[in-house]
Design a protein around this ligand. Structure first.
Ligand code: FAD
Length: 570
């Protein structure tokens, strides 16, 4: 450093030791040369997004090796699994968010953060174009650009309205439509539920009007829609009907689902447990219905079986169906020749196909599984030593074990009752035990798995594991370049010389209200009821990003147990 250098010169001159001076000068030169080289070697990494994937990447990336810049319109990380609890005031919004600057401060402040939205990725010139709402004068129109050596796209997904008329204008969402609104929307839902009650008790209304104001409709019977319905039911039954007793008999909650069952990505036992619980609680579940349009007063719904169309009056609609593509991702899929894809296809090392230095993770990406399918087939063929095209049951069982060790994510599908049970392959159509499994049967079973493997589930678990995996790869990159022969586990061909990403599934929960939950745990364990709710509390408390949010969330739960939820409309 120049100041140290000057001080060193002064000290050495005053001591009169010219030899010492020239030694220290060359040492200082060497140190500053090394520093410069290191600075020059530092590659620029731009990260888009501060959700599950982006934050988990930032937590581990080695800042001494990279210049890291983060762009996101949200200057906080939101713990999305607790968003449904925010909609009813079980947990406060501020308890589930952590400022990004606090997260990156732990990395010695060497990561730069810009509150802006990336509007375009210019892959040809390694640049991203960003827009900030905070200063419209910036660059004349609020825009600036950043260069990168590596780009990490972790912008998540947005709600899919399936272009249904009136949805954007008349529904509330738990997944954002616009880039910034996830937590704000959850707060708006809470205020609107209370508004509906206040409207329903105004004088001079007909009973029909009051009923309409108090009819809450949820579209989408996936985990988020079901959890919201359960939270809303608890909020109404435990808190609101005590303060609005005059309308307690007029309240209705309806869950509209296009499939035949709710929670159909869960085990059958869980989905029927949830349906029975909702029936007991008086939550109406309308399955096999497609929403044709939504107005400010009603929804138009078509029965898939009979085709009849009917109208449902509502006071509030929460739309919680599948996820769609962000515009910046859609544009980039076209640039890299992946047009028409909903999410970016990556290889197993999370690098975007068709690009050399761009990575995509979380909800905006999917690992192209074609290679996995080829590998699985070659495991079968390798076991078929006499090339007969068949394996004995024992040989086949070994093949399945081998597949599951190498590709644990396949287990979800191989064992899932909705898709393919391995035992189906082991029995003939009459149900008798087969003596061998033939490759054609295996191939057709694989094609079923293949169609389901196309994407990992869009969950926080996947996104966080991908972020942590990618930062580990980045941190080891330099080591691999300096020692190409490498420690054994990093050798091998391919772009990265790292082990590909492997998803570890730790199970999934479905809170069902009334202090009950259901869970699918690793090893095909199914757990349902009150004890599962306590497991849910402990898992979600332990998964909080900081001690601050952990304390706030636990104290919110305790406050709710003692005093109930707050129903003020603020
Ligand atoms: P996100 O977490 O959505 O983060 C995307 C980030 O990118 C955000 O910071 C956003 O502001 C930023 N961004 C957006 N556009 C741009 C842009 N143009 N430029 C720069 N930045 C941009 N998963 C579970 O595993 N368990 C659960 O219990 C669970 N519950 C859920 C409940 C709800 C209500 C919701 C909505 C989701 C839930 N999920 C759950 C799913 C989980 O939240 C997502 O899978 C996860 O958030 C995906 O992480 P991500 O990093 O890909 O995207």
């Amino acid at each position: 450093h120049p100041a140290c250098f000057k001080a060193l010169v002064l000290v050495t001159l005053s001591s009169g030791s010219l030899v010492a001076y020239s030694d220290s000068q060359s040492e200082t030169d060497r140190v500053s040369r090394d520093l410069n080289q290191k600075e020059q070697k530092k590659k620029k990494v731009v990260v888009l997004g501060t959700g599950w994937a982006g934050t988990s990447f930032l937590k581990d990336i080695e800042v001494s090796s990279y210049d890291v810049q983060v762009v996101s319109p949200r200057n906080y990380f939101a713990f999305t699994p607790l968003l449904p609890s925010v909609t009813c005031g079980t947990v406060e919004a501020r308890s589930i968010v952590e400022p990004v600057r606090k997260i990156i401060k732990k990395r010695n402040g060497e990561i730069e953060f810009f509150e802006a939205e990336c509007v375009k990725i210019d892959a040809a010139n390694n640049k991203v174009l960003c827009h900030s709402n905070l200063d419209e004068n910036l660059g004349g129109n609020g825009e600036f650009s950043l260069d990168y050596d590596y780009l990490v796209i972790a912008v998540g997904a947005q709600v899919n309205t399936f272009n249904t008329p009136g949805v954007k204008e008349n529904c509330y969402f738990l997944k954002l439509v616009h880039v910034m609104q996830e937590v704000e929307d959850a707060q708006k839902i809470r205020a609107s539920v209370i508004d509906c009650f206040e409207k329903a008790v105004l004088p001079g209304l007909s009973e029909e009007d009051r009923k309409t104001f108090l009819h809450f409709v949820i579209v989408g019977g996936g985990p988020t829609g079901v959890e919201f319905a359960a939270e809303l039911h608890d909020f109404i039954q435990e808190d609101l009907i005590n303060i609005y007793p005059m309308v307690k008999d007029l309240v209705r909650i309806t869950l509209v689902q296009s499939g035949d069952h709710i929670l159909n990505m869960f085990d059958e036992r869980i989905s029927s447990f949830a349906e029975q619980k909702f029936q007991r609680d008086g939550i109406e579940v309308s399955t096999g219905c497609r929403v044709l349009g939504v107005s400010d007063k009603s929804l138009s719904v078509k029965m898939k079986s009979g085709g009849e169309v009917y109208s449902i009056p509502h006071g509030l609609v929460v739309w919680s169906t599948g996820i769609g593509t962000r515009p910046v991702v859609r544009d980039f899929t076209e640039q890299v020749g992946q047009g028409n894809r909903r999410v970016l296809a990556t290889n197993e090392w999370l690098r975007v196909k068709g690009s050399e230095n761009v990575y995509a993770l979380g909800d905006c990406a999917t690992i192209d599984q074609r290679k996995i399918m080829e590998d699985i087939l070659s495991i079968f063929k390798a076991a078929d030593k006499d090339n007969s095209g068949t394996l004995t049951i024992d040989e086949f069982q070994d093949v399945v074990d081998d597949i599951l060790v190498r590709y644990p994510q396949v287990e979800l599908y191989l064992k899932s009752k909705h898709l393919m049970d391995v035992t189906d392959l082991l029995r003939d159509p009459e149900g008798n035990q087969r003596e061998s499994v033939d490759i054609e049967g295996f191939k057709s079973a694989l094609s079923l798995v293949d169609s389901q493997l196309k994407s990992l589930p869009a969950t926080a678990q996947v996104a966080a594991q991908q972020g942590a995996y990618l930062s580990r790869c980045f941190n080891k990159r330099q080591q691999c370049q300096e020692h190409p022969e490498g420690p054994r586990r990093f050798t091998g061909s391919g772009h990265h010389r790292f082990r590909p990403f492997r998803y570890k599934h730790f199970g999934k929960f479905a809170p069902l209200g009334g202090e009950q939950a259901a869970a699918e745990l690793p090893g095909d364990w199914i757990s349902m009821g009150h004890s599962t709710q306590w497991l849910w509390y402990s898992v979600y408390a332990s998964k909080q990003v900081s001690w601050r949010t952990r304390m706030l969330v636990v104290s919110d739960w305790t406050r709710r147990f003692i005093f109930g939820r707050d129903s003020s409309r603020i």
